[in-house]
Design a protein around this ligand. Sequence first.
Ligand code: G1P
Length: 292
Amino acid sequence: MKVVIPAAGLGTRFLPATKSMPKEMLPVVGRPVIQYVVEEAVAGGADDIIIVTGRGKRSLEDHFDHNPDLGAWNSQPALQRLETLIETATIHFVRQRNPLGLAQAVLCAQQHVGQEPFGVLLGDSIYECEPPVLRQLRSAVDRWAPGGSAIALEVVPEDRVDHYGIVGGTQLSPTAIRVQQLVEKPRPQDAPSRLALTGAYWLSPRIFDCIRATPPGRRNEVELTDALQRLADQEPVIGVVIEGRRFDTGTPLLWFETNLRFGLRDPEYRAALERVLGEGPPVGPTSPPSHE
Ligand code: G1P
C-alpha cells in the first residue's frame, strides 16, 4: 500500500525556527514529527512511502538513512526502533521543485503512485488513533464507496474554521458523511460546518486529474481541498470523524502544546515538567510574541 507524505512546505508559520530546518524535523519529545508520521503510515498498512520534499529538506532523507558515524550508538533502543521502521517500509523521496502548494506536492508523486488508491498523511500532524487513521478511512470507503475516497475529519471550534479545510455533506452515520462541499479556510460565516480536514486522506487516483484541472486558490497555490471538491462532484468522497486524536505541530503554539501533552505522560519527563509548571510563570526576560 502506498502513502504519500507531502513535506515540502516552507514552514512560514514557524519562522525563524524553520528558516534552515524543515518543520517536519522539529522534535516532539525526542522524535522528529516526520518519524511519527511514517510510523502512522506503517501502522496503517503502508509498505511503500513517498515523501515529497523540497529545497533545504535533506535532513529528512538523512533521518531515514543508516548513519555509520554513530557506531555503537546505533544500538540504542530509540535508534533500533527507527531501524526497524526503515526496514518495514521502503521510503522514497521526490522533490517538489517549486513550493506551489499541497495539491501540487501530491501531484509530484503521481508517477510513483500509478493507478491505485493511495493514502496521504501531512508531514506535520501526529495521529493517535485505534485503528490507525488510514485503516479507518479505508474501512469507510469499503463500506460506503468501494473504489472511492475518504478524508479524515475532526470537529473544531467556530473561531478555528478559518485555519482548516471545512466540509459539508449528507450524514451517512453519526461519524460519517458523504462530502458535497469543501471550502479551504472559510470565514466562520461561510463555513458549511465545523468539520475540519485533519490532513489524512485515502484517495482514488482520479484525484490527479482533478488537481490538474484546479486553478490556484487564494494563497495562489492549488489547494488539495479545491481538487477534492472536483473529485466529490464526480464520485463519492466520504468524510470520517476519526476515532482518536490528531496533534497539529504546524505552529509554535500547537507544537508546544503537543510537546507538553506528550511530555506530561512520558515517565521520563513527567515529574520534572509538573514541577516546572507548578512553579508558575518564571521571572525573567520575556520572548517576543509569537503568532500562531
Ligand atoms: C492544510 C490543508 C487544510 C487542512 C490542514 C490540516 O492546511 O490545506 O485543508 O485542514 O492542512 O492541518 P495548511 O496546514 O497547509 O495551512
